[in-house]
Design a protein around this ligand. Structure first.
Ligand SMILES: *[C@@H]1O[C@H](CO)[C@@H](O)[C@H](O)[C@H]1NC(C)=O
Ligand SMILES: *[C@@H]1O[C@H](CO)[C@@H](O)[C@H](O)[C@H]1NC(C)=O
Ligand SMILES: *[C@@H]1O[C@H](CO)[C@@H](O)[C@H](O)[C@H]1NC(C)=O
Ligand SMILES: *[C@@H]1O[C@H](CO)[C@@H](O)[C@H](O)[C@H]1NC(C)=O
Length: 413
């Protein structure tokens, strides 16, 4: 899965102006509170699930003890509703003292002691989406505060900012203030999604100069329909979005909802496979304390994670749609730039068999390909030439995920 020298040179030249903080060279991996825990702030009523330092410490413990950290998940990310309802006497943000008695600094120390990293949340505009104090008028002070606390990642939201035309100025200001702190802080921007929502043209060159990852589309909800609608947005926009992704810069289709209430095991595999193909951040939003083993195994599948983390950082594309099955490929570099991860996504509520030739979808290596099954410990599935039409049977509302390498690479001749 190494990129060819030619490929690296091409990527290097494209990325000349990308944000240079050394972070997100591959899509970041970790855990983010929002989809599962929302703005649950009543710790009297719901001490186990309210947004509090205890929740983040418990998730950090699970990341370390249950194998997620070893698999690459490293960020523990706070979302909205962590702040006190007003700033302090020096205008600094501070955490709600009842729910975060150690303060964010104390929580960061705990997270770091586990070998993990801490992410935090703010918004552009005067208030967060849930009405807590946000950074609009205090970008510089807040960047300094986050750095002092030892924060490693910042998500900056923007729903209370009525004039979204100002975001193309405000987000880059925050980038400068974060840089000036001297602490490398991975910057996650919601800016393109808000411009999209307001019908403002998005300048992805500018976005990539200022953000490591960015949201393009609506928030994920806990449903298969939501997963499909997000995938469809990335397919529709792929000609714009694929060129802007690469080491240091990734499109963010939002959190993994694997292990929550709605996805079946096959649907969960489909989300994991598609997020890997999309070179998406892998930020789980689930309850790692209660997740069942079949969902945990999906999140920990090292062969699928290896596709996500392929170091060329090339985002995949939808290359074929037949009978409700979408075929996606991700270029993983390799020999003649002909190593590919491929996902077959079946939207039908019945298993489906489709037929096509590899040559029809841009796999042109004349010797044909050797194939392995990424969901099955890379089991060898044999040989395919490029002109013959083969049959592929895909489970209902689920995926196949295979890896293709030039055939001579897999044999001894
Ligand atoms: C700040 O930006 C400069 C120039 O792009 C870069 O070399 C440096 O690593 C950045 N520092 C941090 C802390 O992000
Ligand atoms: C929190 O929940 C408790 C128990 O349900 C309730 O009595 C209390 O009023 C709630 N507090 C707030 C601030 O909503
Ligand atoms: C934020 O508050 C300042 C000071 O009160 C005000 O001038 C500004 O218009 C507000 N911005 C937004 C987006 O509401
Ligand atoms: C987009 O941003 C880039 C980088 O800042 C800039 O050079 C370019 O002119 C912008 N394009 C448009 C259409 O504004």
């Amino acid at each position: 899965m190494w990129a060819s020298a030619v490929l690296l040179v091409l990527l290097g030249s494209f990325g000349a102006n990308a944000l240079d903080n050394g972070l997100a060279r591959t899509p970041p991996m970790g855990w983010l509170a929002w989809e599962r825990f929302r703005c649950n702030v009543n710790c009297t009523a719901d001490p186990k699930n309210c947004v509090s330092e205890k929740l983040f410490m418990e998730m950090a413990d699970r990341l370390v003890e249950d194998g997620y950290k070893d698999a690459g998940y490293e960020y523990v990310n706070i979302d909205d509703c962590w702040m006190a309802k007003q700033r302090d006497a020096n205008n600094k943000l501070y955490a709600d003292p009842e729910r975060f008695p150690s303060g964010i600094k104390g929580l960061a120390d705990y997270i770091h002691s586990k070998g993990l990293k801490l992410g935090i949340y703010t918004a552009y505009g005067n208030f967060t989406c849930q009405g807590y104090p946000a950074s609009g008028m205090h970008l510089e002070l807040d960047a300094q505060t986050f750095a002092e606390w030892g924060v490693d990642m910042l998500k900056m939201d923007g729903c209370k900012q009525m004039d979204r035309h100002t975001m193309k100025k405000g987000y880059p200001q925050m980038t400068k203030y974060l840089n000036a702190t001297g602490r490398p802080i991975l910057f996650s921007c919601s800016w393109p999604d808000y411009e999209r929502g307001a019908g403002i043209p998005i300048n992805y060159t500018l976005v990539a100069e200022n953000c490591n990852i960015w949201r393009n589309y609506v928030d994920i909800q806990d449903s298969w329909q939501s997963v499909l609608s997000i995938i469809d947005y990335y397919a529709k926009e792929q000609d714009t979005l694929v060129p802007v992704a690469g080491p240091g810069n990734f499109n963010d289709p939002d959190m993994l909802i694997i292990g929550d209430f709605s996805l079946s095991v096959e649907q969960a595999k489909a989300q994991m496979a598609m997020w890997a193909i999309l070179a998406a951040p892998l930020l789980m939003s689930n309850d790692l304390r209660t997740i069942t083993p079949e969902y945990r195994d999906i999140l920990l599948n090292k062969d699928v994670i290896a596709i996500s983390q392929d170091n060329a950082g090339i985002m995949g594309k939808r290359v074929l749609q037949v009978d409700g099955v979408d075929v996606w490929t991700r270029d993983c570099g390799g020999y003649f730039d002909q190593e590919w991860a491929m996902t077959f996504l079946n939207r039908n509520s019945a298993n489906k068999t489709i037929t096509f030739a590899l040559n029809d979808i841009g796999l042109f290596f004349f010797g044909g390909y050797g194939i392995t099954d990424l969901w099955n410990h890379n089991a060898d599935l044999g040989y395919r030439d490029i002109y013959a039409k083969y049959k592929y049977t895909v489970p209902k509302t689920g995926v196949l995920m295979w890896y293709f390498v030039p055939w001579w690479n897999t044999t001894s001749f």
